[in-house]
Ligand binder design. Structure first.
Ligand SMILES: *Cc1c(COP(=O)(O)O)cnc(C)c1O
Length: 352
């Protein structure tokens, strides 16, 4: 506490990101980065955007990028919001759409930025426990509320909810915003974007950080009814009119348009995930069924924190959360086949 801080600052609980350490020969499987590089077309577009044009402010309406997102999903520009990372899009969403008289509903085990935004914006929320299989049970959400947010596939479990269950939520809450955070949807999930024409209470949020391998570029977007999007625009334009630079937008447009590259790299990650899951099971690990670019796994006889520490000694980073219910689990990002192989060899040595 500093005497210069406002009361709000004193009360915050900031999010702790996975560490970004520099180590020689590091196998970095702790922050769900994509092991394959961004689309070469995205790199070329960004190189072409570096020049005298940077003298001017970027387009505050982000028309070019919104149109690229709209093309990709068969929507109009008015149904698209873009931001400097999906974390920023999420922050504006909490601020603009999720604070109401009744509490926001969210799963107890999910993206830990959600409670952080609740504390930042003074939003009352109710944590609903995942069931014993670590799944969201939509029946639990059939209660009065101000809004709902769910990550699908969920993080850090990787478990996906079928679209029919999302639709049940939307039908049960026609007057509440229902936000689906689809950071990992391209690794085998079903996007709720298919439901946008029928539900004006649905907001879908995606990022270019995972399936487009552009975590360092910081681009995310939301899809929804023009009224929801207009609410986000009001908050954005009360905060920063130019959150996305020209280089960022050029790269994002090219990455979104290179559908074949995203498909090919995502399929490679799905194949590695299947291989790694079988290897882990053969070593005695329980692995939750993942539709994401990571697995969530525990060993019935080994302590999660100790396994993470032993891997770290071998220059392999995985994510361990000290939270109740999941403190025996490791979240392991899917790397290249070589990295997955190194992980399996290290675990065999540690378990032996
Ligand atoms: C990675 C992640 C994000 C954040 O993505 P950025 O666009 O990099 O900010 C949002 N939600 C979930 C569930 C994530 O795992």
């Amino acid at each position: 506490m500093s005497r210069f801080w406002s009361k709000v600052v004193d009360g915050l609980t900031p999010y702790t990101p996975g560490e970004q350490v520099q180590m020689p020969n590091l196998v970095k499987l702790n922050t769900n980065e994509n092991p394959y590089g961004p689309s070469p077309r995205a790199i070329a577009a960004m190189q072409a955007a570096v020049g005298d044009g940077l003298r001017k402010y970027s387009d505050p309406s982000n028309a070019g990028l919104k149109d690229a997102v709209a093309r990709r999903f068969g929507l109009t520009r008015e149904q698209v919001f873009v931001g400097n990372s999906s974390d920023e899009v999420l922050a504006h969403t909490f601020h603009a759409l999720l604070k109401h008289e009744l509490p926001l509903l969210r799963p107890d085990i999910s993206y830990s930025f959600y409670p952080t935004y609740c504390s930042l914006y003074g939003i009352e929320s109710l944590e609903l426990p995942l069931n014993e299989r670590f799944e969201v049970d939509v029946a639990d959400y059939h209660r009065p509320c101000g809004a709902i947010i769910i990550a699908n596939p969920n993080a850090p479990t990787g478990i996906a909810l079928p679209l029919a269950q999302i639709e049940a939520l939307l039908l049960a809450h026609p007057d509440q915003p229902v936000v689906i955070d689809e950071a990992y949807v391209d690794f085998g999930g079903e996007s709720a974007a298919a439901l946008l024409d029928r539900y004006d209470n649905l907001l879908v949020i995606q990022t270019l950080s995972k399936s487009r391998s552009l975590a360092g570029l910081r681009v995310g977007f939301a899809l929804g009814h023009p009224d929801l999007i207009a609410g986000l625009e009001r908050v954005k334009n009360s905060f920063n009119c130019y959150p996305l630079g020209q280089v960022q937008q050029a790269g994002a447009i090219a990455a979104l348009d290179d559908v074949a590259y995203t498909e090919q790299t995502s399929q490679a990650i799905i194949a590695s995930r299947t291989w790694l899951t079988l290897q882990m099971q053969a070593m005695g690990f329980d692995v939750l069924p993942s539709h994401a670019n990571f697995i969530f796994t525990r060993h019935p006889q080994r302590d999660g924190a100790q396994l993470a520490a032993a891997l770290r000694e071998r220059a392999i980073l995985v994510r361990h959360f000290k939270s109740p219910r999941i403190d025996q689990f490791l979240r392991i990002s899917i790397g290249t086949d070589e990295e997955c192989g190194k992980l399996v060899d290290a675990l065999k040595a540690i378990l032996a």
